[in-house]
Design a protein. Structure first.
Length: 348
């Protein structure tokens, strides 16, 4: 009897011990990566623990609306910057007026600034993405179009790209289309030999066609520029902190991964030949009243930018970025479902 009591007591103690161990395990939850300590704080940024980033949601694939939140290349890159700085992220749609957003203190940085149109009212980083009017063909062997080659181009009607084609090759060389998607359909169907469009937006539109369309950039219709990050001129600390991280992301291949997620390839334009010396129309870029970002060749709203998972472009452990800047850590899942917006308003 005594022996039985001893065995039962020992068994009870073992069960109690096991219960405590299991409780300890279950209480620990899933593995959580260690969060970085914030590298910047107010007044360098406007809100404790959060990097407020301005984008233009009318400029897909850099930024647009998808699945009820702001997504795009700039969102993914900004998320990676915030993550490296140990900050959460709040994405703010500043439209086509980044200068006012910075001056009013609504945001800490603005993405998607075309270096060719930047002014001295804010600091701009070195470019992280190239831009410029590119000549697309179905393959790299299509050749460089010349004025006497009767080259046939498609370009979105009233866009800066359409203007550049008419300026270099004459109006008879241009087949204007209602949308940039239609221009690439014409290229695919053999109606034209070339498409003229902004390099980034054009690759996005071609990649988003049903089944995707493999295209090559054979030349440029203007000297390439680049998309940059803007920070207030008097905020040297943030210029250095965010600028150093941006340079690191460019150097370690993170930005290449994001480009491939959205465009199907990474983009390099500097080695391409430039046809003529086309200058912009006097009133600036079309498709954007400020002339600040895009060429007006709007990417299609409903086309999938990748496989819909966004897994390729993940650049941090966070749960994705939202325009509300919720309490989640920064992330760059990007949704991969394309960005919204019309085909560009086509104003010159």
């Amino acid at each position: 009897m005594i022996r039985r009591r001893f065995v039962m007591a020992a068994l009870g103690a073992a069960l109690a011990c096991m219960t405590l161990m299991l409780a300890g395990c279950s209480g620990s939850g899933a593995y959580q990566p260690e969060l970085k300590s914030a590298e910047v704080a107010p007044p360098v940024i406007g809100e404790e623990g959060t990097l407020r980033v301005g984008v233009n949601t009318e400029n897909p694939p850099l930024a647009g609306m998808g699945s009820g939140k702001i997504i795009g290349i700039d969102v993914d890159i900004a998320s990676a910057i915030a993550d490296q700085l140990g900050l959460k992220i709040s994405i703010v749609d500043v439209g086509s007026d980044p200068v006012a957003a910075i001056a009013d203190g609504k945001v800490d940085v603005v993405m998607g600034i075309d270096a060719a149109n930047a002014d001295s009212s804010y600091w701009v980083s070195p470019s992280y993405l190239p831009t410029g009017i590119a000549v697309f063909a179905l393959n790299a062997d299509a050749g460089i179009p010349t004025a006497d080659s009767d080259a046939a181009f498609a370009a979105q009607v009233s866009s800066k790209s359409a203007w550049a084609v008419s300026n270099e090759f004459g109006e008879s060389a241009l087949t204007p289309t209602d949308t940039l998607k239609d221009a690439f359909v014409a290229l695919r169907d053999g109606t034209v030999k070339y498409v003229a469009a902004d390099a980034i937006i054009g690759l996005y539109a071609a990649h988003g066609l049903d089944g995707g369309l493999d295209v090559s950039i054979v030349s440029m219709l203007m000297k390439p520029s680049g998309y940059c990050m803007a920070v207030a001129t008097d905020n040297a600390d943030l210029q250095k902190a965010a600028g150093d991280v941006l340079a690191s992301l460019a150097g370690n291949g993170t930005i290449d991964v994001i480009e491939r997620k959205w465009l199907g390839t990474s983009v390099a334009l500097d080695s391409l030949p430039v046809i003529g010396d086309s200058s912009s129309p006097e009133d600036g870029d079309d498709g954007d009243s400020s002339g600040d970002s895009s060429d007006g060749d709007g990417a299609t709203a409903d086309e999938d930018a990748s496989d819909g998972t966004g897994d390729e472009g993940d650049t941090s452990s966070g749960d994705g970025t939202e325009d509300t800047g919720d309490d989640g850590t920064s992330g760059a899942d990007g949704e991969g479902d394309g960005t919204s917006g019309d085909e560009g308003d086509g104003t010159e």
